[in-house]
Design a binder for this molecule. Structure first.
Ligand SMILES: C[S@@+](CC[C@H](N)C(=O)[O-])C[C@H]1O[C@@H](n2cnc3c(N)ncnc32)[C@H](O)[C@@H]1O
Length: 260
């Protein structure tokens, strides 16, 4: 059973469950993905020359942030060999809705079609989707963000927080969820989001993030960026059992050969 999406007269997708829109109209939605999230985490510059880059997102929704990130990775000659995008989603939408939205962004449509071909059977649990010949991994944690993040060990280089508005979707922004997010951060991990709610800023600071308001992307006046810089020593991050921490030899060596 996939999540019900209502399409508004202006073409924006709306969630009856949360009483909120997934995105603003197309141009704003794209600008938000590109500027609030991708640029808000210093990408693509931050990943240049790195062997891999790991992004954690709360709230996969239509995957617009994912598609924009994948597209930026695809276009970047200095891209990491492996892009691992991990995203939580409690209520996956149908592939047909995902494609309906992606048709508004012709440059993203081929990527959305590749994604949609694997977008099925998303029962609660972890789903690993191999895209771009295995160079882009999408780990979908289907379930509640806080619960799923507590159950899995992962380290993120960038974090996108993208729930519905805190008033309508308080679980996604609760201190407990943010603590579960923070345990995935390494020192220096950058985080970006579109809401500057005072409680969120206080809670992120309590979790070890240095938080700053930055000029927003219309219709928002301000957005939020943060870096993980706790005053305490975070516990040493374990290896990522979801697979991407140890790079496959063919991705690690810039095209070299390995005898097995
Ligand atoms: C604003 S939409 C995300 C848009 C998305 N990032 C994109 O690029 O298309 C918020 C998403 O959070 C999901 N969500 C809400 N509460 C959740 C929870 N407790 N755990 C996991 N996902 C949740 C919703 O189902 C919805 O898909």
């Amino acid at each position: 059973m996939t999540e019900t999406v209502q399409w508004m007269a202006d073409g924006t997708p709306y969630s009856p469950r949360f009483g909120d829109r997934y995105h603003s109209e197309a141009a704003h939605a794209l600008a938000q993905a590109e500027q609030v999230f991708l640029a808000g985490c210093g990408l693509p510059r931050a990943w240049a020359g790195q062997p891999q880059w790991r992004i954690l997102e709360t709230g996969f929704g239509f995957g617009l942030n994912f598609l924009v990130t994948w597209h930026a990775w695809q276009q970047d000659p200095a891209r990491p060999a492996l892009l691992h995008f991990v995203s939580t989603e409690a209520f996956p939408i149908a592939a047909a809705d995902l494609l309906e939205q992606a048709r508004k962004f012709p440059h993203l449509l081929p990527l959305a079609e590749e994604l949609a071909a694997q977008w099925w059977g998303l029962l609660p649990g972890v789903h690993r989707l191999r895209l771009a010949g295995g160079r882009v991994l999408l780990s979908l944690l289907v379930g509640d963000s806080q619960t799923m993040l507590r159950q899995h060990e992962l380290v993120a280089d960038s974090i996108y927080l993208d729930g519905f508005s805190p008033a309508r979707n308080p679980d996604m922004w609760s201190l407990h969820t943010l603590k579960a997010v923070a345990r995935c951060a390494r020192r220096g991990t950058r985080l970006a989001t579109w809401t500057i709610a005072a409680q969120l800023r206080r809670d992120l600071a309590q979790c070890g993030f240095e938080v700053r308001k930055v000029p927003g992307v219309p219709p928002k006046r301000d957005n939020l960026q943060a870096s993980f810089a706790p005053h305490w020593e975070p516990r040493k991050a374990p290896l990522w059992p979801m697979g991407a921490q140890a790079l496959p030899a063919r991705l690690a060596g810039g095209g070299g050969h390995a005898a097995i």
